[in-house]
Design a binder for this molecule. Structure first.
Ligand SMILES: C[S@@+](CC[C@H](N)C(=O)[O-])C[C@H]1O[C@@H](n2cnc3c(N)ncnc32)[C@H](O)[C@@H]1O
Length: 257
C-alpha cells in the first residue's frame, strides 16, 4: 500500500495524520536535546516538529520513497530504512520513541511495541497514535462511497496478532509490553480539506481506499468518483472544503527499567 507512495501520501492523507503530532510530542515530553526516534516516519512531518523543538532526531520507515522524502525534508535527522518489528538501533538508545499511525499497519503489534521499548532508555517515553475502530466520520466516507457505488472491496489480509483499536485496547497494548505510566485518550477534531486533495489519496493508491480503487476497472472508478462528489458535496464548509469530524487514539507510556 505504501510502495512509491510518498508524494501521493504527502499531498493527501498526511495532513490528517499531522493533527495529533504536537499533542503526541507534548505527551512524550519532547524538548531541547531529547534524543527522539520517529518510527514509520512517512514524509517526515513529525521529525520536522521534533527538530523545531530542539530534539536530536532519528527517523525510520519501511518504504524507500518515505525514507528519501524525510531525508530531503529533514536534513538534520538521521533517516534510515527499517521495518518493524525490527529496528536498526542498539538497545536503550533513545529518550523518546514515537510511532504516529504506524502501529495499526504492522503485523504483530505487540512484538513491535516490544521493539519500541527495546530501543527506549529506562525512564524514556514511548508514544503511539492510531485510528479508532469503528472509523470516525471522515474516514467512514470511503465506506459510504464503496457502498453507494456498489463496489466489492478486495479482501485485506487479516493483521496477525491484531488488538482492539480503542482507547482501552491501546492502553492494554502498552501495558502488556511492561510499560508504566500509561495514558491513552481520544483526540477529536474537525478535519477540513480540499475535496479534490482528499480524493487524490484514493485515486493515487494511498492506504486501504487507494488499494481498493486501484483494483477497479475505469467505469467503476468513475462511478466511485461520482458518488464521492455527491457525498462529499453534502459536507462542504463555507470555503468549499470537505469538513467532517475525525478522531485519533493517542497513547503514551514510560519504560521503567
Ligand atoms: C499512515 S503513514 C504515517 C506516516 C507518518 N508517521 C505520518 O504520521 O505522517 C504509515 C507509515 O508507516 C510506514 N510503515 C508501514 N509498515 C511499516 C513497518 N512495518 N515498519 C516501518 N514502517 C512502516 C509506511 O511506509 C508509512 O510511511
Amino acid at each position: 500500500m505504501w510502495h512509491d507512495k510518498a508524494a501521493a501520501y504527502h499531498g493527501s492523507f498526511a495532513g490528517l495524520c499531522a493533527y495529533p503530532m504536537p499533542f503526541l510530542l507534548d505527551q512524550a515530553d519532547v524538548g531541547e536535546g531529547s534524543r527522539v526516534l520517529d518510527v514509520g516516519c512517512g514524509t517526515g512531518s513529525l521529525s520536522v516538529l521534533a527538530v523545531e523543538r530542539g530534539a536530536i532526531v532519528s527517523a525510520v520507515d519501511a518504504e524507500p520513497s518515505m525514507v528519501a522524502a524525510t531525508q530531503a525534508r529533514v536534513p538534520e535527522a538521521d533517516v534510515r530504512a527499517g521495518t518493524l518489528p525490527t529496528l536498526p538501533y542498539p538497545d536503550a538508545w533513545f529518550d523518546v520513541v514515537l510511532g504516529n499511525f504506524v502501529i495499526n499497519h504492522v503485523d504483530h503489534p505487540a512484538i513491535s511495541v516490544a521493539e519500541l521499548r527495546r530501543v527506549t532508555r529506562p525512564g524514556g517515553r514511548i508514544g503511539i497514535s492510531l485510528w479508532p475502530r469503528p472509523a470516525p466520520p471522515m474516514q467512514q466516507l470511503w465506506d459510504e462511497v464503496i457502498q453507494a457505488a456498489a463496489v466489492i472491496a478486495p479482501d485485506f489480509p487479516a493483521v496477525a496478532g491484531n488488538f482492539p483499536q480503542t482507547v482501552a485496547g491501546a492502553a492494554e497494548l502498552l501495558t502488556a509490553a511492561g510499560l508504566v505510566d500509561v495514558r491513552s485518550g481520544l483526540l477529536e477534531w474537525q478535519h477540513r480539506v480540499d475535496p479534490e486533495q482528499w480524493w487524490s489519496g484514493a485515486i493515487n493508491g494511498v492506504a486501504g481506499i487507494g488499494f481498493t480503487v486501484s483494483q477497479q476497472d475505469p467505469p467503476t472508478v468513475a462511478r466511485m468518483k461520482a458518488e464521492y462528489d455527491r457525498i462529499a458535496g453534502q459536507d462542504l464548509d463555507g470555503e468549499g472544503r470537505l469538513s467532517r469530524p475525525t478522531a485519533a487514539i493517542v497513547a503514551t507510556a514510560t519504560r521503567r527499567t
